[in-house]
Design a protein around this ligand. Structure first.
Ligand SMILES: [Zn+2]
Length: 304
């Protein structure tokens, strides 16, 4: 063995080689990856499975996902069954004991966030509801983003204690920038408090609560169920009665029904981003809110 190799081997054994000690994190969605990167910086490798322009309820599994999961030290998930249609078999097939449900490397962020639309009574999937445990789109409230960041900090420090001070500093910095950004978003949205909108899917309850919007109806009759003619008619009537002009549509849904509803009520259907990565220029948690707040305020400005 050459001297160089001996030194490298020594560093690896001592855990001093940066490449060897980096925590390998996989997230189910780009939103979790974006927040995790704010805290992990260059001390953690983070890769997400679903892309931000995909419907996170329905992601087509690929062999590359398995490769990511096989190498992961930590798997961060949104939970509340958001990923139930595609992730559980991948976790099992990965054969990676570190990330199995219940192990230290399985990290469900719904545990630390404010969750809305908790179901009451008996929960059944018979009607196709894809939100049986409460609404899983909770990352669209910056306060939940803050909670996710704090949880990542605690988890990274637990799994990579040598970098605790680094993660702590990054969390502090993130929280400061988030607090500043929230003031900006609040100021932009303030004139439109109480505005009524329709959304395609139930993606925005946390966003609506945070910024004072009133979501009066949904293009989907139930979460995960495509539009039906009778429900579409109900939405049109409701929008006419309540003078609602905007339909907010996630990027992965067909715009034909929203456009036809908008046409009949003299309104507009616009594509709102529920996730980081929904558009190329939206690569951070801050850019996600900047994009949506600008989109909404511009659209609201066109209607009294
Ligand atoms: Zn959903």
């Amino acid at each position: 063995m050459s001297t160089r190799k001996t030194i490298l081997a020594g560093l690896l054994i001592a855990g001093l080689c940066p490449a060897a000690s980096k925590l390998n994190v996989v997230t189910s969605t780009e939103d979790l990856a974006a927040i995790g990167r704010e805290i992990g910086g260059d001390r953690v490798t983070i890769d997400s499975i679903a892309k931000g322009y995909q419907d996170p309820h329905f992601v087509e599994p690929k062999p590359s996902f398995l490769l990511k999961l096989q190498k992961a030290d930590l798997l961060a998930v949104v939970g509340l069954q958001l990923e139930i249609g595609w992730l559980p078999p991948l976790i099992t097939q990965s054969g990676n004991s570190r990330i199995q449900v219940g192990s230290k490397g399985y990290f469900d962020l719904s545990d630390v966030c404010e969750i809305l639309e908790h179901p009451t009574g008996t929960v059944t999937r018979a009607d196709g509801d894809v939100h049986p445990l409460g609404n899983p789109h909770y990352w669209l409230d910056p306060e939940n983003g803050r909670r996710i960041a704090r949880a990542f900090k605690a988890k990274f420090s637990e799994m990579q204690p040598a970098d605790d001070a680094y993660f702590e500093q990054h969390l502090k910095d993130f929280e400061q920038r988030l607090t500043d950004a929230e003031k900006r978003w609040d100021a932009q949205m303030a004139p439109y408090k109480g505005r009524k909108v329709v959304t395609y899917h139930r993606s925005l309850p946390n966003f609506a609560k945070r910024f004072g919007l009133d979501v009066v109806d949904y293009v989907e009759p139930k979460p995960g169920i495509p539009p039906t003619p009778s429900h579409t008619l109900e939405v049109i009537n409701r929008m006419k009665q309540e003078n609602v002009k905007l339909i907010l549509v996630e990027p992965y849904f067909d715009l034909r029904t929203p456009n036809s509803i908008a046409q009949q009520v003299g309104g507009t259907a616009i594509v709102i981003l529920p996730s980081v990565g929904g558009e190329k220029q939206v690569q951070t948690y801050f850019q996600l809110f900047d994009y949506d707040v600008n989109l909404l305020t511009t659209a609201f400005g066109k209607y009294k």
